[in-house]
Structure formats: structure tokens, C-alpha cells
Design a protein around this ligand. Sequence first.
Ligand code: C2E
Ligand code: CA
Ligand code: CA
Ligand code: CA
Length: 278
Amino acid sequence: AKRDGKNSFQYFDSITKKEVEIASTIRRDLRFALEKGQFFLHYQPIVDARTGKVVSMEALLRWQHPKKGLISPIHFIPIAEETRQIISIGEWVLRTACKQMKEWRNMGYYGFSVSVNVSVHQLQQPDFAKVVFDILNEIELEPRFLELEITETVLIEAMDTVVRNLYRLKEMGVKIIIDDFGTENSSFKYLQKFTVDGLKIDRSFVSEIKVEVNKAIVDAITFLGHRMKLGVTAEGVETKEQLDCLVESGCDKVQGYYFSKPLPPDEAIRMVQKESNY
Ligand code: C2E
Ligand code: CA
Ligand code: CA
Ligand code: CA
């Protein structure tokens, strides 16, 4: 038993070493990833729960590392935030997603918007709303085709700069969605202070919706959202069973592997093409 213990300790130890090594590689190489053109975006459709039509495409960041291969955003976004590189990376994401949306618009697709994840660090920049405004102008994309997903942290830490940026963005006609709703130590206070366009229910509630308490939470968020005249989206929908539960709760929009994984733009658009080919 002692030997087993030792072996498993070594095993654990080597995993930890590997993880530490990857983390330091990420830290070292992230600085050059943008200029080396190693980032790209995948798009995951968000679907109207009643009609099944695509209403938005969420842009999700991918990093193709020359040696380590594809690195997940959950591994490098926290580091990018810590080093504030998220500000320039996030601007690249915004511009790239807006350009893609413009291309889809030029192809004749008007029925959906593009959704971009925005970090609190970006929203804390006094000129963030101006950056968005300039990108939309430069690309000649109407603001209503852009939706920003922000997390509750942003609103909890809402200082004047964040609130001012959100206000200007709303005034421009850009839509604001609260992502991962229900996961932070949220108080409802910010909902009182700031108007958003929608709530996105976190995957953790959706994946275990069979568990009574999660169904209750989903029901409550949907009720709250609708009372506030907000659209309610559920993410991470993987099964028909989950979808049925969410529809029963009254969710307006759904997203997840059940419909589509995040895909390169030319593959993501096929789901919309199918709609018109019936
Ligand atoms: P998120 O914004 O909550 O995005 C949803 C994540 O769940 C994505 O992971 C997506 O691929 C995954 N997902 C979607 N449907 C399903 C499903 O049915 N089942 C399961 N198991 N997973 C599903 P991804 O792409 O790895 O992104 C992880 C997180 O990284 C995002 O979570 C977001 O917080 C962050 N992120 C991604 N791109 C950006 C970006 O451009 N900027 C910022 N600031 N953060 C980003
Ligand atoms: Ca998101
Ligand atoms: Ca989310
Ligand atoms: Ca999430």
C-alpha cells in the first residue's frame, strides 16, 4: 500500500509539473501570440427556442500555439487579464468578429447578430465605448448587429467608468447581455442600477437541470428576466431533454452542443443556410 501511495504521489507530481510548465509557456508566449497571428475565432450559434432560427453567433477565442497546439481560453484568458494583454487581444476579437459579421451581412444574412465576450478590464478603460464606436464605424457595421457579453463581476465592481461605458454603448445601440448569470456572489443591486438587454443562464444550471434545485433556479431567473423585459438565454444545452425543460421554463434563446459546437465561420454559417433551404 505504501508503494502504491508513492507511485500515485509521483504520478500526481508529474502532472503538476507538466501543468506548471504549460502555464509558464503560456505566460512566455502569450506576449507574441497576437502579433504572430496565432489567434482565431470560432462561432457558436445561439438559437431562438421557439423557431429554431439562429439569432446570434457567439465569437469564442482560440489560440493555435506552434508547439502546444490548440490552447483553451480558460487557460490563457486569466493570464491575459492579469497582464492586461486582454485589452489589446479583446480589441482584436471585437474587430475580427465585427468584420466577420459585416461579411455575413454582405452575403445577405440579416437575421442574426454577433456576440462578443468582453472582460472587465476592457470595460474599465475610459475609452472603451469609443473603441467600439470606432471599430463599428471603420467596418461600417450597424451597432444593432453587435452584442456584448459581460460577466456579473463587471457590474458588481461597477465603478463610474464601467457604468459610463455601458451607458454609452447602450445609447449607441449595442446590446448588453449578462453572461454566466447566477454564478457570481451576485446581489440583484446592479440590476437596479443598470439596464441590460438580456441574461444568459450559466451552463452549470443547465447541465443538471434534472436536479430539482437547478430547475427552480432556471425558473426563477427566467421569471426575473421576463419581469424586467429582458431576453433569457440558456447556454450549454446538450440534450433534447434539457431543451424541453428550458422551453418549459420559458427560456427565449438556447445555445449548446445539442445545436452546434463552436465552429469556423464558414461552417457555422451552414446552420443558417439550412434554415433557408427547406
Ligand atoms: P463562456 O463565455 O461562458 O462560453 C461558453 C463556453 O462553453 C465555451 O467554451 C463553449 O465552447 C462552451 N460550450 C458551449 N456549448 C457547450 C455545451 O453544450 N457543453 C459544454 N460542455 N460546453 C459548451 P470556450 O470556448 O472554451 O470558452 C471558455 C470561456 O473563455 C468563455 O466562457 C469565456 O468566458 C472565455 N472566452 C472565450 N473567448 C473569449 C474572448 O474573446 N474574450 C474574453 N474576455 N473571454 C473569452
Ligand atoms: Ca459568453
Ligand atoms: Ca457563458
Ligand atoms: Ca460559462
